[in-house]
Design a protein. Structure first.
Length: 64
């Protein structure tokens, strides 16, 4: 890996906040559906549901 310029390293929390901000701004009041196949469905003992939405090229990991 190459050296990164000073000040470009971010924490995981910072990256999550950046992504969340982008998603919220881009989708606010612009509701949409995502189509795909559900794979790797799992319900935990605590009731959380984990699955992946999959299409021909990409997958999104999801949790409810």
């Amino acid at each position: 890996m190459s050296e990164q310029p000073a000040g470009t390293k971010r924490t995981i929390a910072q990256v999550n906040a950046m992504v969340r901000s982008i998603v919220e701004v881009e989708t606010l009041e612009h509701f949409f559906w995502i189509g795909g196949r559900v794979e790797r469905y799992h319900k935990s003992d605590l009731g959380h549901i984990y699955f992946e939405l999959v299409d021909a090229r990409t997958r999104i990991k999801c949790m409810l």
